[in-house]
Design a protein around this ligand. Structure first.
Ligand code: UDP
Length: 432
């Protein structure tokens, strides 16, 4: 099986935790690595050239290649401004396929921009297109309201993709329900496949040892944030909660500190991020700099020390397709305090591996943190937290379900001897 995987706006192997590199990159890395264990399966990942030094073809393994294709200037461009270069990228991708005589059997596109490219390939070669949105703009818009600043074409194009793709892979039940409510499409189009956690990287380290290695005072109460910094991720809610703690002089939380992992590596990464600027201004105005430690982005391999050193991970998102950091923290045995949204409601079991607070509500977060420390939640069994999560979420399972889905789709294509979609509704609906 030759798979054409499209990750137009972001190279899956770029450093994580920047504005455009997060869960989707991890998803593609882990999935392609696991899929390559299946016999007779090859994956070509097509991505936009963002750096002249990174052109051409790179072999990740003997079965996975990254192929860099030109689409606009060879430099970083905010994904909101990449729509206009899709035409050039698609044309060059089609040329590459024809020139090299490769025959792909299935396309798997990631994020709406790649979906639009996938649709062109599907049309030309008459092969099935499977798409993963990673986030949906209409849900993001509902969640962040005034802060919503996406490309004006995005919502319309995501609806277009719902119609033209053979299958949509989602990471959450909640997204499936929302799509079915919002759009008139048959449910067989949507397939939930949960992402996983790399349990070989994410495991528990003794808290004191982890703190020592990170030079964190063992007497402090430490909560952690990990991820990209943008309005929908809700970091501002934690900062506002810290302000309440300081203003109201909540003595139980006097020595509470927040560690923030993400946002980039250089000063310039922080400066060009408007959400970080807004947060920094608030921190300075309210004089709460002593409560927050920004350490920038870190490699995944370094994260288990941060998860293990912390009393809890806080996931303050206003909307999440899934939220990989949640299961990474849990795989390290660290409880999670999360806003009560989406799939998080299924992953977190109150008073067992975490707690909830009302999204976008700093006062509710303060109350929850207080409850967490008062109820000695740090005594929840770390081993059990880890065991439960890695029993449920592994990339092996994600890959197996994806592979089986691809096989079924290809079988239907062959069975119907149809060159072009939509395939027969009756055959497909048996998948529902
Ligand atoms: N991440 C990382 N280093 C950082 C920040 C984040 O490796 O400095 C990784 C993190 O381990 C997780 C991913 O980025 O796997 C973020 O995924 P998530 O689903 O939580 O958020 P998304 O980026 O999809 O919104």
């Amino acid at each position: 099986m030759n798979i054409c995987l499209i990750s137009y706006h972001s190279c899956p192997f770029s450093p994580l935790g920047f504005e455009s590199t997060g869960g989707m990159n991890v998803y593609i890395r882990e999935l392609s690595s696991e899929l390559s264990n299946f016999p007779n399966l090859n994956i070509d990942i097509f991505t936009r050239i963002q750096d002249r030094k990174l052109e051409g073809i790179r072999y990740i393994s003997d079965k996975v290649r990254i192929i860099h294709i030109k689409g606009g200037p060879a430099q970083y461009i905010d994904k909101k401004n990449l729509y206009k270069h899709i035409g050039e990228f698609s044309k060059r991708l089609l040329e590459f396929i024809s020139l090299n005589g490769i025959s792909y059997e299935i396309i798997y596109s990631h994020y709406w921009l790649s979906g639009l490219i996938g649709e062109k390939i599907k049309r030309k070669f008459k092969i099935p297109l499977v798409h993963n949105y990673h986030t949906l703009a209409f849900l993001k818009k509902k969640a962040i309201k005034r802060e919503y600043r996406e490309n004006p074409n995005r919502i319309k194009m995501e609806e277009f993709l719902l119609n033209v793709c053979d299958k949509i892979i989602l990471s959450s039940e909640n997204e499936k329900e929302n799509i079915l409510k919002e759009y008139k499409i048959p449910c067989w189009k949507l397939k939930i496949i949960y992402p996983g956690v790399n349990y070989k990287i994410f495991y528990s380290v003794d808290k004191l040892i982890a703190r020592k290695s990170l030079r964190i005072n063992h007497q402090n109460k430490i909560v952690l944030y990990v991820g990209r910094i943008e309005p929908v991720k809700g970091l501002f809610t934690i900062i506002k909660a810290l302000n309440i703690i300081k203003r109201e002089k909540i003595s139980e939380l006097e020595n509470l500190k927040l560690i923030v992992v993400g946002g980039g590596k250089r000063e310039s990464d922080f400066q060009r991020n408007s959400e970080i600027s807004k947060i920094m201004d608030f921190i300075n105005e309210n004089n709460i700099g002593d409560k927050v430690i920004f350490i920038g982005s870190r490699e995944q391999n370094d994260l288990r020390n941060y998860y293990s050193a912390s009393d809890a991970l806080i996931v303050p998102s206003l909307y999440e397709s899934f939220g990989l950091v949640t299961i990474e923290a849990l795989a390290c045995g660290t409880p999670v305090i999360a806003s009560k949204i989406g799939e998080l409601r299924k992953i977190i079991h109150e008073n067992k591996n975490g707690l909830y607070f009302t999204p976008d509500n700093p006062a509710s977060l303060v109350e929850t943190i207080l409850y967490f420390y008062k109820n000695r939640a740090s005594l929840w069994k770390r081993d059990k937290i880890r065991k439960d999560i890695i029993n449920k979420f592994t990339w092996e399972k994600t890959a197996e379900e994806t592979f089986n889905l691809f096989k079924k789709i290809l079988k239907i294509y062959k069975f119907e001897k149809r060159a072009y979609l939509p395939p027969n509704y009756n055959t497909m609906k048996s998948f529902c």
